[in-house]
Ligand binder design. Structure first.
Ligand code: GLC
Length: 716
């Protein structure tokens, strides 16, 4: 084991010679060996780390996973999985995010940089023991120290590099569904949004747009004259976002396939032949995204579609998902042969059944193909968690060549820490279940701690049938998530915001409009978080240190000024909330109605109607609110409202930039610094405008702790 000092508060412990994952962007200096036991970790030969937890210890982090913000009591596996049933017993979903934040006796962060399987047993087998088992002897462990959870997360985020920034339009509402079968249907969706006057910035193209599920092709019959279709949709105000899948169809004459074969860009089997698996199109090869040249090649293929006017993509099935392999299928068919004449009993029946259910995403298959990493042959199983990451890196590198200073929208299903620099993630195939709203709420801060700021869930649920109420309640939470997309599976009940009754359409329209009104705040908070290595969604315990805030799992801080407390139970007329301090409650509903209530510290039940979104403004904080528009680019933010809850003084930095380029990295952005001070019952407002040329007027609604509202306007 070698020890490095990465920065003053971060140590890296290197075991063996790990494969470079690219997760960490700073390197350290080797220092004298230091025993990892200084943090009460015991480490044994089998690469298992043990830590004894006290009752008060909490374990946060682990990104995309089941269970709570506090992971204690659970067992988790880092092994990117195409897992469409997110039931509580599932150990692994699509991402592998090996960062834990310990909080209790010792407060520190730990990141295990190893791209194969890791098991995190967080008091599941033994209630007081945290055991991390790494399936190999070559890995890096980073221990991050700091004075608070936020500080530790900030240091970790700094170490792994700046989070991805999408174009501003990608903060608008987005509509998706698997089964918009042709351009006519996509246009109908667009027309429905226009007809109902519901804001929407983009419509997704799922696998239906491709010719026989082949990447970088468009079905010419169902989507004729694609380029003018893209143009027509843009004229109507919608960007189209096509899906790209990891598997490349094996088909002679298909360009992507031919190029991949010719150049040896596909993953290969033990005989050095391109590895064959089956996904949507039938048999496919997997591009070797871990091979630099192959990655470059695949990244450039996105140009086929950007040349036709496309500005955003979603990368899917990149764990990689495998329906079956020839070997696996053969063995299942052999089982059929073996059992076909039998009177099946408990053993033989399940043997037959399991022969087929075990066909997909089988570990044996993941162990049977290889990558070429800088000339070295590496078994896929050892680097499994880097696959989706490098597919998304391929896309990002491709975009950089296509138009270096342009922000493209890109997000992925599979991921590993490090990928957060190249794209966002969505949380995969959830269900139209109330429980999955709550899972979504709990997952967001955990994802943020791992660098994934641009993320969100399939609003309304992917599998299963949504009803109007579920979609309304889910949308009321999703208006706060940076990625805000309604998506559903083929064969399920339609769930576009206009798919239910007139009253629900109206409520959904107002809710989505609220998102557009909140955008000046959401974008400002997102960008400030990205630029200062901070998170956008935080657990309450990041700011409040009382015993209840440590335990709250169903309320979140969204940016610096707001606490959100979404409804995630059917037929609820309100919910219980914990107020760690006095806050200002605005039950946002239709139109521009604004009435506020000062809510005292404590546990209480607040009533919330179906059409209301409870927004809590923290004390001495402010919310910036614009007018809605039907597209992000049409937002008129020349005049903004500021809702402030002031006890004595508040300060807010309203950030903005062009929303299109990376010029913000060169210091080209604006900041409006707003300071409100209460003096003798009145307010002194100080505004310093650093470069915002659009803003002309700010209208203030300042509420004091007695609930008195003072209105003022300031011309900028
Ligand atoms: C996968 C994706 C889902 C998509 C479907 C068809 O299940 O997770 O979002 O709609 O594939 O492409």
């Amino acid at each position: 084991m070698k020890t490095y000092e990465v920065t003053k508060d971060i140590k890296r412990y290197r075991f063996g010679s790990p494969i470079s994952t690219g997760a960490v962007v700073v390197s350290g200096n080797e220092i004298n060996n230091e025993d990892i036991q200084y943090l009460a970790f015991e480490i044994d030969e089998a690469s298992s780390l043990k830590y004894t937890m006290e009752d008060k210890d909490q374990v946060l982090g682990l990104g995309e996973n089941q269970k709570g913000i506090d992971k204690r009591g659970g067992i988790f596996e880092s092994y990117c999985s195409d897992e469409p049933n997110h039931t509580p017993d599932k150990k692994s979903l699509y991402g592998a995010h090996n960062f834990l934040l310990m909080d209790g006796r010792d407060t520190f962060g730990i990141f295990i940089d190893y791209p194969g399987r890791i098991v995190f047993d967080i008091g599941f087998s033994h209630k007081d023991e945290l055991e991390i088992t790494i399936e190999d002897n070559n890995f890096d462990i980073y221990i991050i120290n700091g004075n608070s959870k936020r500080e530790i997360v900030n240091k970790f985020l700094k170490m792994i590099g700046r989070s991805y920034v999408p174009p501003k339009w990608a903060f608008g509402f987005q509509q998706c569904r698997w089964s918009y079968v042709d351009s006519k249907e996509v246009e109908e969706v667009a027309d429905n949004f226009i007809k109902h006057d519901i804001p929407c910035d983009s419509i997704y193209l799922d696998i239906d747009y491709m010719e026989d599920f082949k990447d970088f092709t468009v079905d010419k019959e169902r989507f004729p004259e694609f380029e003018s279709f893209v143009e027509r949709m843009k004229d109507k105000g919608f960007r189209l976002i096509p899906i790209i899948d990891a598997g490349v169809k094996i088909e002679e004459g298909y360009e992507t396939y031919e190029e991949g074969i010719k150049n040896g860009y596909f993953c290969f089997d033990e005989n050095n032949e391109p590895f064959v698996a089956a996904v949507w199109p039938g048999k496919v090869h997997f591009p070797d995204f871990l091979n630099r040249d192959a990655r470059k090649w695949f990244g450039k293929k996105y140009k086929v579609l950007t040349d036709l006017g496309i500005e955003g993509f979603w990368n899917d099935m990149n764990e990689p998902a495998i329906f079956y392999t020839e070997k696996g299928l053969q063995s299942a068919l052999d089982t059929v042969e073996e059992l076909k004449d039998r009177n099946l009993n408990i053993h033989s029946f399940f043997k037959l059944k399991d022969a087929f259910t075990g066909l997909s995403n089988n570990l044996k298959d993941y162990k049977s193909f290889y990558h070429n990493i800088d000339g070295k042959t590496v078994n896929h199983d050892k680097v499994h968690n880097l696959y989706g990451y490098n597919m998304t890196k391929a896309a990002a590198e491709g975009f950089e060549e296509i138009e270096p200073n342009k922000r493209f929208l890109i997000f992925s299903r599979a991921s590993y820490i490090g990928m957060h620099r190249y794209g966002g993630i969505w949380t995969g195939d959830n269900y139209s279940w109330w429980d999955h709203i709550l899972l979504n709420i709990k997952m967001m801060p955990s994802l943020n701690m791992c660098g994934f700021l641009y993320s969100g869930a399939d609003t309304g649920g992917f599998s299963g049938d949504s009803n109007a109420q579920l979609l309304i309640r889910w949308t009321q939470f999703s208006i706060f998530t940076p990625l805000f997309r309604n998506h559903s599976a083929i064969g399920t009940r339609k769930q576009e915001p206009y798919a239910f009754d007139t009253e629900s359409t109206q409520v959904l329209k107002e809710t989505i409009r609220l998102r557009y009104k909140l955008l000046p705040y959401i974008y400002s908070e997102y960008m400030k978080a990205v630029r200062s290595q901070d998170i956008y969604f935080a657990p309450l315990s990041f700011e409040y240190h009382d015993k209840y805030s440590r335990k709250v799992e169903n309320q979140l801080l969204a940016g610096d000024s707001l606490m959100v407390a979404p409804i995630y139970e059917e037929n609820a007329v309100g919910r219980y909330v914990w107020l760690p301090e006095e806050m200002l409650l605005w039950k946002a509903s239709k139109g521009d109605d604004r009435s506020y209530e000062v809510i005292n510290t404590g546990h209480l039940f607040i009533e919330i109607d179906y059409d209301e979104v409870p927004i809590f403004i923290r004390k001495n904080k402010m919310l910036i609110l614009g007018k809605h528009a039907n597209r992000v680019e049409d937002l008129d933010n020349t005049e903004l409202n500021v809702i402030a809850f002031i006890e004595d003084r508040a300060n807010y930095i309203y950030y903005d930039d062009d929303g299109k380029t990376y010029d913000f990295t060169k210091g080209i952005y604006s900041q409006v610094i707003i300071d409100i001070e209460k003096i003798d019952g009145d307010y002194k407002i100080n505004i310093e405008n650093k470069g915002n040329k659009d803003l002309k007027k700010l209208n203030f609604e300042i509420v004091d702790t007695t609930g008195r509202v003072t209105k003022k306007s300031v011309i900028i």
